[in-house]
Design a protein around this ligand. Structure first.
Ligand code: ADP
Length: 324
């Protein structure tokens, strides 16, 4: 198997009337990687995904997959496949026939398409459900079928639009691991749209953070988390405090803030016990909210309560300046 295909967005723009949903995106997705498009509702994630899939026309720019401009090709011709949020399974077809559906459209004979469908069902661990109807499956099982159906066309890139949002929290974490395993086994690029930073951190090799129709930051998950470039990314990715300092704004991670003898004066506003850590929320004299995530033993050695005056300190090396 090849080690993934190149997908590149070149000056990609989407307009709906006067609304600019996607503004001049330029991005090359690392081949064979798990990519999360992350951002708040309305920032343009789905429009971007739908343009890559061919379910939405591009207004300007192009989509280049494996060296070919696919911008105006029909979805089925592009080498992409999409897994929808609601799975969109055919209710009257068995699981096996759902998975084999696109092969039937291509004229593949019944024995061959069923054999291929069975391979995909084995891949998603659904072999024993092959003869059921979608209505006889749980949400998690329907999702596995939808995945098998998307993968049966052997796409170069799999597109997933909020694939875990319909699942309960427990199942969501299990399916997360399944998606990651599948991506690794298949070696193709997965592009997964989510508004959940924890989901993106758990899954992504690369995170593309979008805000207001543009890419705000893109890079390896650990880099985006450790070195957010802008205040928006720092706040959206979570776990960071944004503090106004004389030289401009900076971030410091909540787990790098300590309560000490000297430091920035603040007042405790809330204390939350989280098990391994205690989250102490404070407000500085200049009005910044600063969260300190203290190891629980350290907190209970000198407990604090709301209203108490404290001093906050951190190692200067943990301070990270933001772009103005
Ligand atoms: P996200 O997936 O990040 O929530 P979308 O790509 O769905 O964002 O939407 C981006 C912007 O485009 C939003 O302002 C949204 O209201 C608008 N938009 C999306 N689809 C349509 C449409 N079919 N017609 C008009 N406006 C749309």
């Amino acid at each position: 198997m090849r080690a993934g295909y190149d997908l590149e967005l070149v000056h990609l723009t989407k307009r709906y009337g006067d609304t600019i949903a996607v503004r001049d995106l330029n991005h090359r997705f690392a081949p064979g990687s798990y990519v999360c498009l992350l951002g708040p509702s309305g920032c343009g994630k789905s429009s971007t995904l739908r343009m890559i899939a061919g379910h939405e026309d591009v207004s300007e720019g192009s989509i280049v997959l494996d060296g070919q401009d696919v911008s105006w090709m029909a979805p089925a011709q592009r080498g992409t496949a999409m897994m929808f949020q609601n799975y969109a399974l055919f209710p009257h077809l068995s699981v096996r026939d759902n998975v084999a559906f696109s092969l039937r459209m291509k004229g593949v004979d019944k024995a061959a398409r069923h054999a291929r469908a069975d391979e995909l069902l084995a891949l998603v661990d659904m072999t024993r459900m092959a003869d059921r109807l979608p209505a006889q499956l749980s949400g998690g099982q329907q999702q596995r079928v939808a995945l098998a159906r998307a993968l049966v066309t052997e796409p170069k890139v799999l597109l997933l639009d909020e694939p875990l949002s319909a699942l309960d929290p427990f199942l969501r974490i299990r399916m997360r691991a399944e998606l990651k395993r599948l991506q690794r086994e298949l070696g193709i690029t997965f592009i997964h749209v989510t508004h959940g930073q924890d989901e993106a951190l758990a899954l992504a090799d690369e995170i593309v953070v979008m805000n207001d129709a543009v890419i705000e930051q893109a890079g390896p998950a650990r880099e985006v988390w450790a070195r957010p470039r802008t205040e928006f990314v720092a706040r959206f990715i979570g776990g960071h405090n944004v503090i106004a300092l004389p030289g401009g704004k900076a971030t410091v991670r909540a787990d790098a803030v300590a309560i000490a003898e000297d430091g920035l004066a603040a007042t405790v506003t809330a204390v939350e016990y989280q098990g391994a850590a205690v989250a102490v929320t404070t407000r500085t004299e200049s009005g910044d909210e600063v969260l300190a995530l203290l190891p629980e033993e350290q907190f209970f050695a000198a407990p604090k309560t709301p209203g108490e005056a404290v001093r906050l300190s951190w190692d200067e090396r943990r301070l990270h300046r933001l772009q103005a």
